[in-house]
Design a protein around this ligand. Structure first.
Ligand SMILES: C[S@@+](CC[C@H](N)C(=O)[O-])C[C@H]1O[C@@H](n2cnc3c(N)ncnc32)[C@H](O)[C@@H]1O
Length: 312
């Protein structure tokens, strides 16, 4: 498989060899890594496949994407043969993903008048035509949504978590949710549960209750399908580690980039729409208003990205 640039290949191989030596890598948690003083961000405006072709094999810890699904929500949401198109970025994503890495794909299920292209089509394709392993389906449950009279009002969307090998990194401790005092007392009496883990909090399960962004939400930056920070944050914390590389090649407003700055992960984003840059600026302004860290190094291309993080 092609590696397009020597410095890229060096970085990918160096980090891979470091991990190979360390047999317990998949048991590590965020505390085992150093948080970079300043993360590096690349935000490219181009087609996702063109962008992915510039990345080296086996080099990315987390790919977190929210693709278009032929819903005609905007001009970018129309692809004639959805799966034929999606298979191109799925194959590239598999190639660039680290053996310890994960890929998250958001999506919903289309019901009546289904056209090609929803998360079920993606799951079907991935199962039968790729080597990805399906680790979890996450149900994103929200209480706010449209009303309905001829069917039960929809209150969930899905995300799938895929991995390349069974050695994927997973830091459950970083995303455990606290027990109430009462629940903790009961859980500590439960002989089936390990008390050490119980004290750290609950497994958040694969049903996540996180509110959707209302029109007037302070998090909004203007993108029509912007995802809440809270949902992306849980994936970034659990499936990537401080100083690792996260990629979102359907960046939209750049919610993934925003979370990476907060959580100390380097991030490469790509979107075909130049407006993506403006939305991301608004995310940074929102972060500044909240007093959050907004420092990052912005680079112009993949080569500069790897040069910047190789220096660490
Ligand atoms: C569902 S939105 C992502 C929203 C994002 N999760 C957020 O929180 O803002 C999908 C994005 O994919 C972009 N897109 C569509 N086709 C693309 C392509 N071929 N290459 C790169 N980006 C593309 C669109 O411009 C759109 O911003």
């Amino acid at each position: 498989m092609a590696i397009h640039n020597k410095s890229h290949s060096n970085h990918a191989l160096m980090s891979l060899n470091k991990m190979r030596k360390d047999k317990t890598f998949k048991q590590k948690t965020a505390d085992d890594f150093v948080i970079p003083e300043r993360v590096t961000i690349l935000h490219s405006i181009m087609d996702c496949c063109e962008f992915l072709r510039t990345l080296p094999d086996n080099s990315i810890q987390l790919i977190c994407v929210d693709p278009p699904y032929n819903l005609e929500l905007a001009g970018w949401d129309i692809y004639d043969n959805y799966i034929e198109w999606a298979s191109k970025w799925l194959d590239e994503a598999y190639r660039v993903l680290s053996p310890y890495g994960s890929m998250v794909i958001f999506g919903g299920i289309q019901f009546r008048d289904a056209k090609s292209g929803d998360i079920l089509d993606i799951i079907q394709h991935v199962r039968h035509n790729t080597k990805f392993k399906l680790i979890n389906t996450i149900i994103w449950h929200y209480k706010n949504g449209m009303s309905a009279h001829r069917y039960f009002a929809n209150r969930h969307e899905e995300a799938i978590w895929l991995a390349k090998t069974n050695d994927y990194y997973f830091d459950l401790d970083s995303v455990r949710t606290p027990y109430t005092e009462e629940e903790l007392k009961l859980a500590l009496k439960d002989k089936r549960l390990n008390p050490e883990n119980t004290k750290k909090g609950k497994n958040p399960t694969n049903v996540w209750e996180i509110g959707r962004l209302n029109g007037n939400s302070k998090e909004r930056v203007g993108h029509p399908t912007q995802k809440p920070v809270a949902i992306i944050d849980r994936f970034v914390k659990a499936l990537s580690y401080p100083g690792s590389v996260v990629v979102d090649f359907f960046a939209g407003s750049g919610t993934v980039g925003r979370v990476c700055i907060e959580e100390g992960r380097h991030c490469m984003m790509c979107d075909s729409d130049v407006e993506s840059l403006r939305y991301f600026e608004q995310h940074i302004k929102n972060m500044a208003e909240l007093g959050e860290n907004t420092e990052y190094l912005s680079v112009d291309n993949v080569e500069q990205f790897y040069q910047s993080i190789d220096g660490e």
